[in-house]
Design a binder for this molecule. Structure first.
Ligand code: URP
Ligand code: ZN
Length: 456
């Protein structure tokens, strides 16, 4: 396949050239590459388009088991939605039940994702400390899964306490792995949830009150302190508050290997969404919750100045019937929202077009940043000879209104409903194949399982 007249955007430069793809890889980049012997159907003219590396979403939850049932996208429907929005790689999670080994849970999850349309990998979640946990962590790292997700919230199910966190991080530091952390002070959040419910506030507006900004920033401070003590690299997922940004900024200033992610919903939506009827508010119940204006501003500033390293969606959609589980008790509302399809167009519209981040920063936070952090670079996150041919050919002038009527995630709600976005993938090339052309998904796609090297 030959892409002619591409305006190539990498995270560090931009240039005009043709891109020749052979098999799964980029074979050559140069001006006026010859087309002899090429089938004309394999030539794409990208004049007027931007061409950047396929999006990498390092935070998705397909078919996640919860008390309200599984999140409503499986690996096929979720990866279809991802592709339609220009994301060609995703990293999901292995979340065992307590009592199950990490390696067995990893094996089962790999099988579950076998039909995934795009390249994918996993972060593994230790949910307890047993005599075998350190060995199992080492086995996961050796198998090519060196990143681990630690939950400081959800103490009744998968959350761990500070002591376990320290043991896990020490093991990771010793074995060449890295920690990612969901930072919320779990015990405090559980207390607040119970007391709000007990005092007669079962409605969704109790959700943000039970997870205040300081519950996140205190947990961020704790996670950073443990990372510093153990010398483990730490990636903090879905940062939502100004206080957390401040802790992350100071950690980076000290030279600690602390990295951070922001989600589009925390950048773009706010807590006013919870002051509505159950039907209108429940779709926005996710953790951490949406915040107020000053927090949103702090997140945008952090994205602009590089304190935030990557964006992820925390894609975890549900059906309204699952949100209904919590009609009489906000603690039981299915927790999460979808967004894997919309990350690039939202960041392009409200980041690049709004003049907050440059095109190259956009590529960094939507693709290259995650590739570097999670051991996929330069195979992914880069347009260069030898890199994977995962490319987005982007029409910067296309317009669209996000809607449940046209989205591809398997959900009857969309938290971005009615938002006008600019920029759209005209073609998405994944693993050297045209996966999407002019809004149509091609048949027969199959992603690869990505095994990754040690992080340190
Ligand atoms: O609300 C959320 N984020 N649900 C998914 C699980 C998690 O906390 O990442
Ligand atoms: Zn998540």
């Amino acid at each position: 396949m030959l892409i002619r007249n591409a305006h190539i955007v990498n995270a560090f430069d931009e240039k005009q050239a043709d891109i020749l793809i052979r098999g799964r890889r980029i074979a050559k980049i140069g001006k006026n590459l010859p087309t002899e012997d090429m089938d004309v159907s394999a030539v794409i003219d990208a004049s007027g388009m931007l061409v950047f590396p396929g999006g990498i979403d390092p935070h998705v939850h397909m078919h996640l088991p919860t008390a309200a049932g599984f999140s409503s996208d499986d690996f096929v429907s979720g990866s279809r939605a991802a592709l339609m929005g220009g994301t060609t790689t995703m990293i999901d999670f292995v979340t065992p039940r307590r009592g199950m080994s990490l390696t067995e849970a990893l094996r089962l999850r790999i099988d579950e994702a076998a039909g995934c349309l795009i390249d994918h990998s996993f972060h593994v979640s230790p949910v307890e400390w047993t005599p075998d946990t350190a060995l199992q962590i080492r086995q996961c790292i050796a198998a090519g899964f060196p990143s681990f997700k630690l939950y400081m919230a959800y103490k009744d199910a998968i959350g761990i306490d500070d002591g376990v966190m320290e043991k896990v991080m020490q093991t990771l530091a010793d074995a060449g792995g890295m920690a990612t952390a969901h930072c919320e002070t779990g015990d405090e959040v559980d207390r607040l949830r119970d007391s709000l419910f007990a005092s007669g506030h079962p409605e969704p507006s109790s959700h943000p009150l039970s997870r205040p900004p300081h519950a996140e920033s205190d947990a961020v401070a704790k996670a950073i302190a443990i990372a510093e003590k153990t010398a483990s690299p730490l990636y903090i997922v879905h940062v939502s508050s100004a206080g957390s940004i401040e802790h992350i900024r100071k950690a980076k200033e000290k030279g600690l290997p602390v990295m951070a992610e922001v989600c589009p919903h925390h950048l773009l939506l706010d807590e006013s969404s919870y002051k509505a009827s159950f039907e209108d508010a429940a779709p926005f119940v996710m953790s951490p919750p949406l915040r107020s204006e000053p927090h949103r501003k702090a997140l945008w500033d952090a994205l602009q100045t590089g304190i935030i390293d990557a964006t992820g969606t925390d894609h975890c959609p549900f059906l309204m019937s699952q949100k209904e589980h919590g009609r009489a008790d906000f603690r039981k509302i299915a927790n999460g929202a979808g967004g894997v399809e919309h990350r690039l167009s939202l960041l392009y519209t409200f980041g690049v077009r709004a003049g907050i981040i440059s095109l190259q920063q956009f590529v960094e936070v939507c693709s290259s940043g995650a590739a570097k952090i999670f051991g996929l670079y330069p195979q992914k996150g880069l347009i260069a000879e030898g890199s994977d041919a995962d490319l987005v050919i982007w029409d910067p002038n296309a317009e669209e209104t996000i809607s449940v009527k046209t989205h591809h995630q398997n959900s009857d709600m969309n938290i971005y409903e009615g938002i006008r976005v600019y920029g759209k993938p005209v073609f998405v090339i994944a693993g050297g194949k045209t996966a999407v052309s002019h809004g149509c998904l091609n048949e027969g796609l199959r992603g690869e399982l990505l095994r990754r090297p040690l992080i340190q």
